[in-house]
Ligand binder design. Structure first.
Ligand SMILES: [Zn+2]
Length: 99
């Protein structure tokens, strides 16, 4: 059985959420969590530090981690829209396979 792990603020150690089986349950008040592309950004209610929860999709997650480390905002937007397009096309292919 998988154990629940705390997802902690990188700056002050405040508990931002619980992780179970790779899924995050956010434990901050409304307004402290927002999506950014496929990911979730959580702001610490104690110290305002931001931490990003990356999507469980391993390909998309790798792309975002790479983008976060190298790209300015404009490039990130371009890549986000490219990823969205690729995912839409993949969904379309899945639908065609099932039809
Ligand atoms: Zn904090």
């Amino acid at each position: 059985m998988a154990a629940v792990k705390n997802w902690l603020c990188i700056q002050c150690g405040h508990v931002l959420g619980d992780v179970l089986g790779g899924e995050l349950k956010v434990l901050v008040p409304e307004g402290y969590a927002r999506t950014r592309g496929a990911n979730l950004t959580v702001r610490c209610p104690e110290c305002e530090a931001e931490k990003t929860w990356y999507t469980a999709d391993p390909i998309v997650r790798s792309i975002y981690q790479l983008v976060d480390s190298i790209a300015p905002l404009a490039a990130r937007r371009m890549i986000e829209s490219a990823v969205a397009q690729i995912k839409a096309e993949m969904r379309e292919l899945e639908n065609l396979k099932q039809a």
